[in-house]
Design a protein around this ligand. Structure first.
Ligand SMILES: Cc1cc2nc3c(=O)[nH]c(=O)nc-3n(C[C@H](O)[C@H](O)[C@H](O)COP(=O)(O)OP(=O)(O)OC[C@H]3O[C@@H](n4cnc5c(N)ncnc54)[C@H](O)[C@@H]3O)c2cc1C
Length: 397
């Protein structure tokens, strides 16, 4: 399909230092340049096989063989990992978009289906007595699933737009301080966006199947494909576990909490500005409390890590998910603020803004309490994870 294919490859130069310090980045083209701007000899790179995957069957992931291939160094020797991070940051946000897309597909499918599918009656009595049964959207549990999907889809969209805005500021602002600030903020938000949005995107895709009941399991409705396709997003471009280490280790603890403070300041300013805003006070108060708890919790993990290095790895994924839920709470509170203002002014689509307010309230009441479970898990510390000897994990079969 293309004249030439260029592979970006991590490899070692001869005599390179051991470990990640000895990795360099190369361009390996399928056809070598002929020196005149055209294509020359075939390079020693070939596709060994196509991978058989759980999902994303439209994507030809393959095994690549390099047999005496010529590569051209990108950036300094042995600095390959640093160079690769330039790609990785963009790719991580790209994968975050994938998480968002899976939640959105689940929402569009499930919300339509739940209004059409007739099954049993509402517990409080028939809502559509002229029909043989009520549509499943009358049932609280179906609404729980739909609102969970909706709150992730729209909340994650807000987070992603905010991250994209930081990219614009970082690349285009004339103000050097603003560029630096946006860079730090983006560095902090990227692992959260990548891991939290794909984890919740997968949850949403799974709920999409559940809303469809047995029909969700049947391929023609598209919901099962959405689950299969979404599963990879938590793995590639760095697993959730690796994003969590990046967030807590590199971004937060290694900056002595500076990157976290940049974001908690944004949240703090919002809470302060809206402390007297009665229409959203039920959201602002818990958000302000969580924002403070986030800083205190980070400090505690940092203190623990001074005496036990495993404390970081033991807390990391729970810390990332906790951070994701609090981050989304900020965006939901802000969306609720705008919705309340628009409704009060009689501007725009009333139903749209009312739906925002309902979903924000649902998020705070039914999703945000998940931070309590993550908090308790973090408090449990590393021993409960580390005490069981590696060879004893399979005992009990
Ligand atoms: C469909 C598909 C397409 C891909 N496309 C590309 C591509 O185009 N280019 C490319 O370069 N790669 C690609 N990959 C590779 C992909 O990026 C890796 O598979 C992924 O980053 C995970 O690395 P790994 O498989 O080595 O897992 P491992 O690193 O072996 O991880 C296994 C498990 O251990 C955990 N783990 C590992 N180290 C730690 C640690 N230090 N602390 C805590 N937990 C840890 C992980 O979180 C994970 O749960 C692709 C993979 C797939 C499946």
């Amino acid at each position: 399909m293309a004249e030439n294919i260029v592979h970006i490859v991590l490899a070692r130069l001869p005599d390179a230092p051991a470990g990640t310090k000895g990795i360099s980045l190369f361009i390996v083209p399928k056809f070598l340049p002929d020196g005149q701007g055209g294509l020359g000899a075939r390079n020693g790179v070939s596709c060994g096989s196509i991978e058989h995957k759980m999902g994303i069957h439209g994507n030809a992931t393959c095994v690549m063989n390099f047999d005496g291939a010529t590569g051209f160094l990108i950036g300094p020797a042995n600095k390959g990992l640093n160079c690769m991070f330039t790609f990785m940051n963009t790719a991580r946000l790209g994968t975050a978009i994938q998480g968002l897309a899976h939640a959105e597909v689940a929402l569009q499918g499930a919300a339509t289906y739940a209004r059409e599918r007739l099954q049993m009656r509402a517990l409080s009595g028939p809502k559509f007595p002229d029909q043989p049964a009520d549509p499943i959207i009358v049932h609280p549990d179906v609404r729980r699933m739909l609102l969970t999907i909706k709150s992730f889809s729209e909340g994650n969209r807000a987070l992603l737009y905010y991250a994209a805005q930081q990219v614009d500021i970082m690349q285009r602002s004339q103000d050097a301080d603003a560029r630096e600030q946006a860079d730090k903020l983006l560095g902090f938000l990227t692992p959260i966006a990548k891991a939290f949005m794909t984890e919740t995107g997968f949850e949403a895709a799974n709920l999409g199947v559940q809303v469809f009941g047995g029909h969700g399991y049947i391929a023609e409705h598209g919901m099962e494909q959405n689950v299969r396709d979404s599963r990879i997003s938590m793995l590639y471009e760095g697993t959730t576990g690796v994003q969590a280490l990046d967030l807590l280790g590199r971004k937060v603890l290694m900056t002595q909490g500076e990157s976290l403070r940049i974001f908690t300041k944004v949240v703090h300013k919002f809470c302060k500005a809206n402390s007297g805003n009665r229409t959203i006070s039920e959201l602002v108060k818990p958000l302000a409390e969580l924002n403070k708890e986030w800083g205190d919790l980070t400090l505690k993990i940092g203190m623990k890590a001074m005496t036990n290095r495993e404390a970081v790895g033991a807390a990391s994924v729970d810390y990332l998910m906790y951070s994701g839920y609090v981050t989304l709470a900020y965006f939901w509170a802000d969306m609720a603020r705008v919705a309340a203002e628009k409704l009060a002014a009689g501007e725009g689509d009333k139903a749209f803004y009312q739906a925002k307010l309902h979903t924000a309230r649902f998020y705070f009441a039914r999703i945000l309490p998940r931070t309590r479970a993550h908090l308790e898990a973090i408090k449990a510390g590393p021993d409960v994870l580390m005490d069981l000897p590696a060879e004893d994990f399979a005992l009990g079969y």
